[in-house]
Write a protein that binds this ligand. Structure first.
Ligand SMILES: NC(=O)c1ccc[n+]([C@@H]2O[C@H](COP(=O)([O-])OP(=O)(O)OC[C@H]3O[C@@H](n4cnc5c(N)ncnc54)[C@H](OP(=O)(O)O)[C@@H]3O)[C@@H](O)[C@H]2O)c1
Length: 248
């Protein structure tokens, strides 16, 4: 699946799903912009990409978001693909003292930063008639992850509707927007968020009794971001080992 001549920004590509997406796009010929905060992890992704620009940035800071877009245009002259992948969470239930800390932190990175990045990229992506991919989660449509994930789940539900709304707004401009909703994936996110369950518990919630590897999500991102998917817009594609259809 060729991405020759395409320029893609992948937020949160210093690790996990984003790193797999950046490496896969690069392997298929795209110029990629690798974005994250951790210098060592950014360098590790860059080492596996052929034509890459690293922008060390915190996408929750507006000036950093502007710098990502500005440096991309300076280096590559255009933007064809934006993958809004960076995400994070502080887990807390509605009964916990720190619920508003959890809400503010999670919404800031999972939703506000996505709005900010997208609004800055839109004028450029209209010129190329490119496309945008949002990395959401099954939690945006299900309650199975448990009470601690309420802020995360609500942020991803918001992201789902942002994707659908944006798809309608940008369709007249020839720009596609799609959402991908993974189930559990082996990455740093789950441990970093303070989740205290095991991957076996997460497997139990899937019909296929399985947890994905980041490459499986990257493969789907490449499928929808490719020009061959020219009729796919406003979709929310699940890549979840059957999390959504599990019978208990
Ligand atoms: N793992 C799962 O089970 C799972 C399931 C469904 C959906 N997802 C979604 O998949 C996406 C990627 O997560 P992952 O699982 O691959 O986790 P990950 O390995 O922890 O990756 C998260 C990425 O986001 C970046 N990031 C976080 N905050 C940032 C900020 N303020 N500014 C810039 N970059 C930031 C991190 O980079 P730095 O640390 O370098 O800043 C890292 O590259 C997220 O949106 C997540 O919600 C994950």
């Amino acid at each position: 699946m060729s991405f020759k001549g395409k320029v893609a920004i992948v937020t949160g590509s210093s690790s996990g799903i984003g790193a797999a997406v950046a490496m896969s796009l690069s392997a298929e010929g795209a110029s990629v912009v690798i974005v994250g905060r951790n210098e060592a992890k950014l360098a590790a992704t860059k080492a596996k990409c052929a034509n890459a620009l690293v922008v060390r940035a915190d996408i929750t800071i507006d000036a950093d978001a502007r710098r990502i877009v500005q440096q991309t245009i300076e280096k590559f002259g255009k933007i064809d693909i934006l993958v809004n992948n960076a995400g994070n969470s502080i887990l807390a239930s509605i009964f916990d003292e720190n619920i508003m800390e959890s809400y503010d932190f999670t919404m800031n990175i999972n939703l506000r930063a996505v709005f900010r990045m997208t609004s800055l990229v839109v004028p450029h992506i209209i010129k190329t008639k490119g496309n945008i991919v949002m990395i959401s989660s099954v939690t945006g449509r299900s309650t199975s992850f448990g009470a601690q994930a309420i802020s995360y789940a609500v942020s991803k539900a918001g992201l789902n509707h942002f994707g659908a709304y944006l798809a309608a707004d940008l369709a007249p401009h020839g720009v596609r927007v799609n959402v991908i909703s993974p189930g559990p994936v082996y990455t740093d996110l789950i441990e970093n968020s303070g989740y205290d369950g095991s991957y076996d518990v997460l497997k139990f919630h899937t019909a296929l009794d399985s947890v994905s590897h980041p490459q499986e999500i990257a493969d789907l991102v490449l499928m929808v971001a490719n020009d061959k998917a020219k009729s796919i817009t406003g979709s929310n594609l699940f890549c979840d080992n059957g999390w959504m259809i599990k019978r208990y």
